[in-house]
Each structure stands twice: as C-alpha cells, then as structure tokens.
Design a protein around this ligand. Structure first.
Ligand code: FE2
Length: 250
C-alpha cells in the first residue's frame, strides 16, 4: 500500500538527539563490527540519522567477550584514526556494555572499568533470570560514585509480569535506555509493547541504537521514517524527556 509517511531517502529521517550512547561499532572486539570498513559504514549511517557523538559500548561478558579497558581503548584508537583520515563529522568516546556476570564482578571489584563520561556505567542484565542482589549492587555502584544505566530493560522477559521491578530499579536512580530496534519490532511483539509501556510510564530516559551491523542501521532508518515514530515523539514530547544529549553534555 502507498504510504504517504514513508521516507523518500535515507537522509530524510533524523533523530531529535545527537548522541548514540549504545552501539557495537568498535571493530573486532565483539560480535558487532568485524572490520574498520564495516565500522565506517555504520558510522556513516549514524551520521545520516543526525548523530554527531557516539559512545562505543562493546560487549564485556564472561567467556565470550572478556574485554578490558586496554583492549577496548586499542580498538577505539584504530577507529578514531580512521575517522580522522576519512574526515567524518563525528566524535567518538569509548566505554562498554557490561553484562552483570562473574567477569563483571571480578572487574568491578578490581576497579578495572571503562565508564562513560560522568561515570555512567551501561549494564546489561542476564537474559535468563533476574540476578539475586541486583538492588544492592546498583546501590553499591552509586556509593562508589558510578551512575548506572540499565541497557534495554524491555528485553528482559522475567520483568514482563513483574513491572513493579522496573519501578523499583528506576526509583533507585537507575536510568533506563530503550533500544530503537525494540520500538521497531526487531526483538518481537512483547519487547516492543514493553518499550512503549516504559515510555508511557515515564521510565525511558535514553534511547540507544544498540547497532551491531548495517542490518540494524537499516532497520532503525526505516523506523525513523515511520509515522508511528513521529507520533510517539509528539505525544510524549520525547525531545524534552529523552536525556541522551543533556546527560553527557555534548
Ligand atoms: Fe548492546
């Protein structure tokens, strides 16, 4: 069916914010970008969407991606140099997406972390079950001066019929970052519904692309051109409520 609201080109749909604080664009350190060339292609897609500042948040997970501040910084330096050579209008920062697991515990206890600007830490919950002691850990982090962000809360199924847990964590000063891909339906109907519920309940503080490759970039581009996205931005006054830019001061 002809859609009046479908965007005409990839350049036409821009985000209202300019900071992507969750993506897997660093080359060769997780299952996101696998090469500098792929990273540059993803960065061009981000720029097309209006992004000018990117916090690179590669995975740090036990056994699969046991990255360190050193391994991530090395990949960041390589990409930063390539961005400079290509003259891309984008500023890169390096941090990580920490899965709360045994490797995280070890790194956290050793103070071996790579936080975002403002000592924000992007944390990914287990996808299987809620961790015992997560409330204490979030409290302890804040006592140590870190400021936790929970990555894509809409993707943890064990919270779907325990929405009080969302409210409890958020009330304990844990910021929530919803994935644009979830809104686009990429992770299924339930994740999309919960993402909308979080927005409706004022529990969505930031958006992230969580981009792992160009398939994700294209999915997001299509969604940004949709009538639904524009309606959502208007209905909830998202440019005022979403703190991607304000939070990091870019
Ligand atoms: Fe991620």
């Amino acid at each position: 069916m002809f859609n009046l609201f479908k965007k005409k080109s990839k350049e036409s749909a821009k985000l209202f914010y300019h900071t992507d604080m969750h993506c897997h664009i660093l080359p060769g350190v997780d299952h996101g970008s696998q090469s500098v060339e792929e990273s540059l292609e993803m960065l061009r897609a981000e720029i097309d969407m209006g992004i000018t500042h990117i916090i690179c948040t590669s995975h740090v997970t036990a056994e699969t991606f046991e990255n360190t501040p050193e391994s991530l910084t090395a990949a960041y330096e390589v990409l930063k140099q390539a961005v400079k050579e290509e003259g891309l209008p984008v500023e890169l920062y390096v941090s990580a997406e920490y899965r709360i697991d045994e490797y995280w515990t070890k790194e956290y206890e050793a103070g071996h972390l790579l936080p975002m600007p403002g000592k924000r830490i992007l944390l990914e919950n287990s996808f299987v079950q809620e961790l015992i002691g997560i409330d204490n850990m979030m409290f302890d982090l804040q006592v140590k001066g870190y400021r936790p962000i929970l990555a894509h809360p809409e993707r943890y199924r064990y919270y779907y019929d325990r929405k009080d847990r969302y409210k409890a964590l958020h009330s304990a000063s844990v910021k929530f970052q919803v994935n644009l891909l979830s809104l686009a339906g990429y992770f299924g109907k339930s994740a999309r519904e919960i993402a909308l519920w979080l927005i409706d309940n004022n529990l969505c503080d930031m958006f992230g692309s969580d981009m792992h490759g160009m398939d994700h970039a294209n999915e997001i581009q299509d969604y940004l051109g949709s009538r639904e996205w524009r309606k959502l931005c208007d209905k909830y006054d998202l440019p005022k409520r979403i703190i991607n830019d304000r939070e990091f001061g870019f």
